[in-house]
Design a protein around this ligand. Structure first.
Ligand code: PLP
Length: 404
């Protein structure tokens, strides 16, 4: 078999995205044993970095090994037992993912829904909490399928006042916007690796507070083979072994009770990605995403494209553009990739074939990349026969934006 040949790419999708070479380099370090004092030190430092990234004091801030949905599933599988009622607002595909995970955990889902491209007023969600009286509110912060940012800053407090647990999918917004977990009184929040944090997919930072921890520990079961006389369980124990947050707490605390074998190289990558993000600053990173998002959006409008969705609630890490009439979604994206090594994303469900999602996430987000992207994208689109496009005006708009 031949050696791997990986071509150079400019990834402008909502993940996975290119990573800083320092992250890749960190991942190629020698493997340490999982109880080696040096590795334990990296585990503890990674927990501190995760706390800083979420602006939280939560002790329980650690990664789940697996892609972001493993983080979502760990939280849902641990808090939702059969028969528990969960309110899941849906503004796009990932609200359905929460619905799916709750259903598989045996929970009873109540959905409220907005058309794709819109978000909820927070009061609408609070009214639904009063009506449905769920145990858990599970909500998506950045709905990548539609590019919408669901406001959530009032929801943690509203849940707490009602004895409800708030669970937030911040997979796409994590480290691309500021998520002050403690100030917003959120109980459990799941971040993402391969999006604005820009490390490879396969590890997922999460955080949860003591209130959440107390609740899930009512369902604790220590795995057979490492139980002691002190361990007991009731019959509502958490069904998943791998994604059982209570066992993971024992692993990610001074007990270091053996669970899985930590993904060594992934942790090196996560540690390094987080270190770089914290060095940049959580707020500065959010400002960088917002700044470049605004420039590219203006340029795409100057090109002659229309932007999809309610402009007041756009995510600053995705731009959704309406696909011009007469253009075949997949054919265009494939052409862009094969001819120029540039990747953009399609959407899901009813938006398939209607919008493209251009991701601005993490390491890729800088002036040089966006100018390169815009020049290739706009000229190639014009070559496909779309009428009324003005690539020169688009480029001038972005150059002027950066020169201001
Ligand atoms: C908002 C959101 N939630 C969850 C996921 C699922 O993440 P993963 O594919 O890493 O499991 C994604 C991935 O695109 C996402 O954008």
């Amino acid at each position: 078999m031949e050696e791997l040949q990986i071509s150079k790419r400019l990834i402008m999708t909502p993940g996975p995205v290119s990573v800083d070479p320092r992250v890749s380099q960190a991942m190629s370090n020698t493997i340490l044993g999982q109880f080696d004092y040096e590795f334990v030190d990296i585990m503890n430092k990674t927990m501190s970095l995760i706390r800083e990234s979420f602006l939280t004091h939560n002790q329980w801030s650690f990664p789940i090994d697996g892609t972001s949905r493993a983080g979502l599933e760990a939280v849902i599988a641990s808090i939702v037992k059969p028969g528990d009622v969960v309110l899941v607002p849906i503004i796009g595909r990932f609200g359905y993912l929460f619905t799916e995970l709750v259903t598989r955990a045996g929970g009873i889902v109540h959905n409220i829904q907005k058309p794709m491209g819109e978000v909820f007023e927070q009061q609408e969600i609070i009214d639904a909490l009063d009506e449905v009286k769920p145990k858990v509110l599970a909500i998506v912060h950045g709905e990548t399928s539609t590019g919408r940012l669901q406001p959530i800053d009032q929801l943690g407090k509203a849940c707490r006042e009602r004895g409800i647990f708030s669970v937030v999918d911040a997979v796409a917004t994590y480290l691309g916007t500021v998520i002050p977990v403690d100030d917003w009184e959120l109980d459990a929040v799941i971040g993402g690796a391969q999006k604005c944090l820009a490390v490879p997919s396969g590890i997922t930072p999460i955080t949860f507070n003591d209130r959440f921890s107390e609740e899930i520990n009512k369902r604790k079961r220590v795995e057979l083979g490492i139980t002691t006389n002190e361990d007991n369980e009731d019959d509502t124990f958490i069904r998943s072994n791998y994604l059982d947050l209570t066992q993971l707490q024992d692993y990610w605390s001074s007990k270091r009770l053996n669970h899985h074998t930590e993904a060594t190289a992934m942790l090196y990558g996560l540690y390094t990605g987080l270190r770089l993000a914290i060095e940049e600053g959580v707020h500065a990173r959010a400002e960088r995403h917002e700044y470049h998002h605004e420039g590219l959006k203006r340029a795409l409008e100057a090109l002659g494209l229309s932007i999809f969705g309610d402009a007041d609630n756009e995510m600053k890490m995705v731009i959704c553009v309406n696909i011009p009439e007469g253009i075949d979604d997949a054919q265009f994206r494939n052409g862009l990739l094969h001819n120029f090594g540039v990747e953009i994303a399609a959407s899901f469900g009813e938006l398939t074939g209607k919008i493209w999602r251009i991701g601005l996430m993490g390491y890729v987000v800088n002036k040089q990349n966006l100018l390169s992207f815009l020049s290739i994208f706009s000229v190639y689109l014009q070559q496909q026969g779309v009428k009324g496009l003005d690539p020169a005006k688009a480029m001038q708009t972005l150059i002027d934006y950066y020169n201001d």
